[in-house]
Design a protein around this ligand. Structure first.
Ligand code: MEV
Length: 350
């Protein structure tokens, strides 16, 4: 008979690049995001005698997302051990906390026999928002769904793709909010992400924008502009009109600057990318206040070199990576043994 100590689940989830719509999506405007080919793996088992992460006792200062996931989903009587292997650079604007959250929630859901992706996307958002205290389900839904997604407030859904799920935020004393997530086809694209190395915290940036939007009509207008730019981008991406998409990226970057989330270190990288022949557009991506930018370019290697020369760390990432996956073996184990159960119902835990 199977005991708790036999239970183990391994799950991975991708990072993301927000193509258009960061911050504006928190206010009900649409956003477009794509999963990347960077992934974070989480393994959970019930073999320990206390709750640990990578061998250390779980602690809210170091493991805030994981601890929230455990508190929200797991019965505290049965200790679990969590091992993480992060392939998404942290606090860089490319979805590291969402990848970690989705991979951990995915592993816990498998142990609990929960198999719906919509349920996972909802749980992961509750964990992320419960930890960071604000924001939209863009990152967690992208890490769950993979590929490309459009997201907007449910009373004004994006209406540009096939509906995947609704994700809601319900909390005592707060207005109920709901977003609709749709699958969109994004072209096969390789972009260059430039990480400024300045750690931008999503919670701080979201709170800063909330404060500015309450006080300043210019900020509210800039958020609405971002929404319009995002809508314009959908048919252009579909038509693979990359010159026009690049021009919209430049406009979106200017609007994000008006919103107040650009950072001098990120601006340096955007300028370096734009100064490189072959670049079609460049913008910050994610929460800002540091973090990363990305460039759409015909010459990824030259742009990566320019970003490095300007003091950033460049990654060439492929957009449209797979969403959450379950595995039989940890990453690094012989790859032939690793079988990914891509976005399908988890098999019985063995
Ligand atoms: C962070 O990656 C994106 C933001 O729009 C916040 C959110 O949507 O949760 C800044």
């Amino acid at each position: 008979m199977q005991g708790l100590s036999d239970l183990r689940a391994i799950c991975s989830a991708p990072g993301k690049v927000i193509l258009f719509g960061e911050h504006a999506v928190v206010y009900g405007h649409p956003a477009l995001a794509a999963a990347t080919d960077q992934r974070t793996h989480v393994e959970v088992d019930c073999c320990g005698t206390e709750f640990t992460v990578n061998g250390f006792r779980i602690h809210d200062r170091f493991h805030s997302y994981l601890l929230t996931a455990v508190n929200q989903l797991w019965d505290r009587k049965d200790p679990i051990r969590i091992q993480t292997e992060g392939g998404v650079p942290s606090a860089s604007g490319t979805g590291s906390s969402a990848a970690l959250t989705v991979a951990c929630v995915g592993a816990l859901h498998r142990l609990l026999g929960r198999s719906e992706l919509a349920d996972l996307a909802q749980s992961a958002f509750r964990v992320e928002r419960g930890t960071q205290g604000g924001g939209s389900p863009t990152d967690t839904s992208t890490a769950t769904a993979g590929g490309g997604i459009a997201i907007s407030r449910s009373d004004e859904p994006p209406g540009v793709g096939t509906k995947l799920w609704d994700v809601a935020w319900e909390h005592e004393g707060e207005e109920r909010r709901s977003w609709t997530v749709e699958r969109i086809d994004i072209p096969d694209l390789t972009v260059v992400v430039g990480n400024s190395g300045v750690k931008g915290r999503t919670d701080e940036q979201v709170a800063k924008v909330a404060h500015a939007a309450r006080k300043n009509a210019v900020v509210r207008d800039a958020l609405a502009d971002i929404g319009r730019i995002t809508r314009q981008a959908v048919p252009l991406l579909r038509a693979k009109d990359f010159v026009a998409v690049g021009a919209l990226m430049d406009k979106a970057h200017a609007a994000l600057h008006m919103v107040g989330v650009n950072h001098p270190a990120v601006e340096q990288l955007v300028k370096a990318a734009r100064a490189t022949p072959g670049t079609l557009g460049a913008k910050l991506t994610g929460a800002g206040g540091g973090g990363s930018m990305f460039a759409l370019t015909e010459r990824p290697q030259a742009v990566a070199a320019a970003i490095q020369a300007a003091g950033g760390t460049a990654y060439t990432v492929k957009l449209g990576g797979p969403g959450v996956q379950w595995h039989d073996t940890p990453p690094g184990a012989t790859s032939s043994a690793a079988s990914a159960a891509a976005a399908g119902p988890p098999a019985t835990v063995s």
